[in-house]
Each structure stands twice: as C-alpha cells, then as structure tokens.
Design a protein around this ligand. Structure first.
Ligand code: C5P
Length: 398
C-alpha cells in the first residue's frame, strides 16, 4: 500500500526522535519515498545525517540553505506529499499546529499540506494529560488530522504512564490501513444521513430530538478525505462539513429526508444512516400558530414516519452497502441485530446509552459494530472523528 507513496516525515525535539530513524527505514522498506522535515530542536536528539542516509534525501529543516540562499518551498513539499506523519510530535509542535504558529519549516509545511496528516504524540505523562495538550489534540482532530494515540509504559523521565510514542511498526500499519481504505473508497459514492428531523406541529413548533449530527458529519468528512464522492442528507444542525466537496442536502422532516435519500440511492455505493429520524409526525400540522388562549389543551394526533433505512434496504441492489445505527438502552446486541435484519442492513453500529461518553451531542462515542452474521467488534471510547475512520475501515472489510 505504501509503494511509491510520498511521505513527509516530520520530526520534532523529543527523546522518541531516536525511533524516527526506524520509522524512516520501515517506510522506505515498504516502498515509500520519504522526505524528512525536522524542527531545529529535533536535531539535538537525532542527526540529519542519519535520516538523509536512510531516506536518500537531504533533510529539510530551515527555510533557506544558509550558504546558497536556496529557498525550501514548504508549499511544493506540502503538495508533493501523499501523507504527512509527525512522529514524535511534542506538546510544543502540537500547540503550534493547533494555532497556526508557523515559525519553522515543519509547521509551515503542515499548514501547506493538502494530504492527510498523522500525528504521533510523545511526551511525559503530565504534559500529555494537561488540558492544553488535550485541547490542542482535540483541535487537530477537528481539522481532520489522525492522532496515533500515545501508548502507556515507562517514559524517559522513568515515570510510568501515557506518553510513549507508538512503535514505528504501529505507525506504519496505521498508514497502510489508511491507504488501503483510501484506494477502496476513492471515487465511490457515499450517502450519509445525519442529525435530527423536525416534525412540524405548527409554523413555530416541532417534534424533534437532541441529535447534533456530529457522528454523521464525521463519517461524511472522513469518507471525503478518503476520496469518496459524498452527499450528506442533513436534518437541522449547527455544524458543517470540514472537508471541501461534501455535498449537503438540507432537509427538515423525515419525509423530506426520505425523498432526498430515494433520489440519491440508486447512484450510491455505500449508504450510512446516521440520522436520528423522528418516529412520528403530527398528522395535521396547523398552518397558523396554535394559540394558548384557547380553552382546550390541544391534542396532537401522530402518524408514523417512514423508515428511511428500511425503505432503502428493500431497494438495495447487489454491490450496494447499507449501514445503520442503533442507540439502545438495554438488550443491546439482540435489539441491534434485529434492526439489522429487519432493515436489510449489512452492518449496524450500536451505541448504548449505558456507556459514558456515548450518544447524542458528545464528541466521543463507544461503538460496537455488528455485521449480518451477528459477529461483533467492540471499539473503545474514542472521538467521533476516529470512530468514523473505524466504521469506514469496517465497511471496507465487509
Ligand atoms: O429503528 P431505529 O430508529 O432504532 O433504527 C435506527 C436506524 O434506522 C438508524 O440507522 C436510523 O438512521 C435509521 N432510521 C431511519 N428512518 C427512520 C428511523 C430510523 O432511517 N424512520
């Protein structure tokens, strides 16, 4: 998967920089072309000579070569790359990347890079746990960067905790996985539903729910990053896709959402139903505001909404994949599997309201993926952006 890929290996000034030599070597062995970009302080930990010898390319660290005045174009470098990997990434560089402090070649290259960016943090446990690091990593995730979580173990300080840079083999495996899935998703048409639906009671009131749309938008962004042509049919939410090119069809009610999905579905390779569709809608929405001054408390008669996932499931053709979500409170596996079968889904992503950090509005999720055979994979608590990546990986493996 890495054969012929152009990888920028960004190295920052941390003890784990010694592992970057091994990472460079593994990338080269896998067939990649590697261009090392080091921060000035990284050179205190590992010499550019080691890295240029391993990669066969001079290391870039300064904006200019001092004696010739040759300018090193971070823009060209950013465009050359198929991926940028920053390993190790110190708290300092992570902070600069989060806020755009472009005072060295590495951060300017990062800001110019159009390719996916992978960040492997390495630092002492207290720095890792500091709210500023946590916030900066969350910011990088929100930019769509892939964070290769630090491992726990003994640190350079001889303290034990989370902060060890992942082993080079793990980082390479992460890249392989990413490129494998990119090659499978490139050019595929992906349809995602997201957010709540609003069902009109009268011109100013509706029945709705607390769905934020974050999970669906994270999936749409990640699919687009992997080269898919993405349409998101979205109920009312306050977020937007962060990746350019994602087509948004805004709808309000379940019926409008169904109509938009039906229109797109025949052209769709993969449909992922993330929306929290209202189960019922008022049978006769008033065309004027219902007045409180009236004597009687109004009774709102409800009708059942169409099941969008089930409607698409009934029309699914060979070669199309349909994935749904299930938010459950009890008897989770059996309920989710029953939904998967009833709606003719290929996979269902189950989240339980019993898990802290899962469900509506949160930035994290705890997901169990269940396929049509009933086999399940439980993912740990992770940001919705990372859960999106895992869901797309699992769809590729179906
Ligand atoms: O039946 P339940 O609402 O729990 O099913 C959840 C799954 O079905 C989700 O994927 C959701 O987006 C989808 N769904 C739908 N249309 C509905 C209800 C649910 O597409 N009316």
């Amino acid at each position: 998967m890495l054969e012929g890929k152009h990888i920028i290996l960004g190295i920052t000034g941390g003890i784990a920089a010694y592992k970057s030599a091994m990472l460079a070597r593994l990338l080269i062995k896998a067939g990649a072309e590697v261009q090392v970009v080091m921060t000035p302080s990284a050179k205190e930990f590992i010499t550019p000579v080691t890295l240029s010898a391993l990669t066969g390319k001079p290391v870039v660290s300064e904006f200019f070569t001092a004696n010739t005045g040759e300018w090193h174009s971070h823009v060209d470098l950013g465009l050359w790359a198929d991926a940028m990997v920053i390993a190790p990434a110190t708290a300092c560089t992570i902070g600069k990347m989060a806020s755009g402090v472009a005072d060295n070649m590495l951060v300017t290259t990062y800001l110019s890079a159009k390719a996916p960016v992978f960040v492997a943090p390495a630092m002492d446990l207290d720095m890792m746990a500091h709210p500023s690091t946590v916030r900066n990593l969350a910011t990088l995730r929100s930019y769509g960067n892939h964070i290769i979580e630090a491992a726990s173990g003994e640190l350079a300080s001889h303290l034990t905790g989370k902060g060890r840079m992942q082993e080079p083999e793990v980082i390479v495996a992460e890249l392989e996985r990413f490129f494998a899935s990119t090659s499978q998703l490139a050019g595929k048409k992906v349809l995602v539903t997201a957010g709540p639906t609003y069902e009109k009671i009268d011109p100013v009131r509706f029945i709705g729910n607390y769905s934020s749309g974050k999970m669906g938008y994270a999936i749409a962004d990640e699919a687009a990053r992997r080269g898919a042509e993405v349409t998101i049919v979205s109920g009312p939410v306050s977020i937007k896709p962060t990746v350019p090119g994602v087509r948004v069809v805004n709808v309000e009610s379940a019926r409008q959402m169904l109509a938009a999905c039906e229109e797109a579905f025949s052209q769709t390779d993969i449909a992922i139903m993330c929306a929290a569709v209202a189960d019922y809608a008022p049978a006769n929405p008033a065309d004027r505001k219902i007045k409180r001054e009236k004597e009687d408390v109004p009774v709102i008669n409800l009708v059942k909404n169409p099941d969008i996932a089930a409607t698409l499931g009934a029309r699914k053709q060979p070669g199309q994949s349909l994935v749904g979500f299930a938010l459950e409170t009890d008897n989770e596996h059996a309920n989710a599997l029953d939904k998967l079968r009833r709606k003719n889904l290929d996979m269902i992503a189950l989240n339980s309201l019993r898990d802290a950090g899962a469900g509506f509005g949160t930035d994290t999720n705890v997901i169990t993926l269940i396929d049509a055979t009933g086999a399940e994979t439980r993912l740990p608590l992770m940001p919705k952006t990372e859960a999106a990546a895992c869901i797309l990986d699992a769809i590729n493996n179906l």
